[in-house]
Design a protein around this ligand. Structure first.
Ligand SMILES: Nc1ncnc2c1ncn2[C@@H]1O[C@H](COP(=O)(O)OP(=O)(O)OP(=O)(O)O)[C@@H](O)[C@H]1O
Ligand SMILES: [Mg+2]
Length: 352
């Protein structure tokens, strides 16, 4: 969704709570560009966050508090984002009406659009204004998020003195950071590959046309390496990242990468095919990869070969100003893909 034009506003600190790591990004809005105030990440213990659910709120809270302390972030207003089974994003087509009427209508009719009990969800919507005249219809983006999941995050943040004024959705955060960094490109597939999930968001005409979360990610690679060589998690992760030489395991390792990446590519291709079948007149021009899993060596080339699209690794800070003396430019570049969602949350104004 497009950001409203707001100048010199107070922005939230973006907090992306993944299953592998928490990523934090603080930005400042200048006249011409955003500048990076602070960025950092911290690993989470296995199982602390699983499929978007906060299993260990105290551990996650302590990790975020420590990260804020290390990064010397004083700001208390934050935004976080949700994804997976706890949130449903749906485009519906309704008769044109004013905001109040639309709210009433959606509340009354919500149960036909979303598979949750209306009492159990927070509902939000945005009129995409695809129609405006009387007797016309317009597309409306509906977002329903499970209250218990969102409340767990709000309570956890509250317990460490942070106030969440924005609850975003991973796919929207990706879209926002992408549109800021590459405003002129259209018909693009944004693909974030994390540790345990892949978020695909295909954008055309400034709108999300295909959006899905799939339960695949870079942790699959670690698990397969663990099982195949009968080694512990840490060693498998180090081998995966190339921090420990593979030695005579190289060939088998390549087979593991190839099997897992083939599955990822198939999922991406399925989403692209769905998009092309529905919108044959607006072919995709580009695929933009983010998330830690996007950094698998050779993945961009493999995707180019399989999809025929130009594929690039996303750097959310490409159009932002940063102080090289404060933030190491190499670190900023390396962490860029993982920071996509946090940066997308961090460009949001902290409206209460
Ligand atoms: N060069 C690399 N090759 C392969 N995997 C990598 C590389 N660098 C990072 N990763 C993996 O990326 C994952 C972390 O990425 P990210 O921070 O995007 O995940 P997350 O947001 O915590 O997870 P999720 O969103 O799936 O819950 C880890 O599994 C990590 O091992
Ligand atoms: Mg993630």
């Amino acid at each position: 969704m497009k950001l409203p034009f707001i100048s010199s506003v107070d922005l939230v600190v973006g907090v992306d709570i993944g299953s592998h790591a928490v990523k934090v990004c603080q930005l400042k809005k200048g006249d011409k560009a955003y500048s990076v105030v602070s960025v950092g990440s911290t690993l989470l213990p296995e199982g602390a966050v699983d499929d978007g659910t906060l299993n260990e709120p105290e551990i996650v809270g302590a990790a975020i508090a420590e990260l804020f302390k290390n990064l010397k972030i004083k700001k208390k207003k934050v935004g976080f984002s949700i994804s997976g089974y706890s949130v449903i994003v749906k485009k519906v087509n309704l008769a044109v009406m004013n905001e109040e009427q639309m709210e009433e209508h959606i509340l009354a009719e919500a149960e036909q659009y979303i598979p949750f009990d209306i009492q159990d969800v927070y509902l939000d919507f945005q009129d995409l204004k695809t129609g405006s005249g009387e007797n016309e219809r317009t597309d409306v983006m509906l977002v329903a998020a499970k209250k218990d999941i969102v409340d767990d995050y709000l309570d956890m943040l509250d317990s460490i003195g942070l106030q969440a004024t924005i609850v975003d959705v991973d796919g929207f955060a990706l879209e926002n950071t992408y549109e800021y960094n590459m405003p002129k490109t259209d018909n693009v597939a944004l693909v974030d590959i994390g540790a345990s999930k892949m978020n695909i968001n295909i954008i055309s005409g400034g709108m999300s046309m295909v959006a899905r979360d799939i339960v695949v990610g870079s942790r699959q690679l670690t698990e397969r390496i663990m099982n195949h060589f009968d080694i512990e998690y840490e060693e498998a992760e180090a081998i995966k990242l190339g921090n420990q030489p593979a030695g005579d395991r190289q060939e088998e390792l390549e087979d593991i990468f190839s099997t897992v990446c083939t599955q990822w590519v198939l999922e991406v291709k399925k989403a692209i095919d769905l998009y092309h079948n529905n919108y044959p007149d607006a072919p995709l021009v580009k695929l933009v990869l983010s998330g830690g899993g996007a950094k698998v060596a050779g993945l961009t080339d493999y995707l180019t070969q399989e999809t025929g699209l130009s594929v690039e690794l996303f750097n959310p800070f490409a159009n932002m100003i940063s102080n090289d003396k404060k933030i190491d430019p190499d670190y900023l570049k390396t962490i860029g893909p993982e920071m996509a969602i946090a940066s997308g949350i961090a460009i949001r104004p902290s409206i209460v």
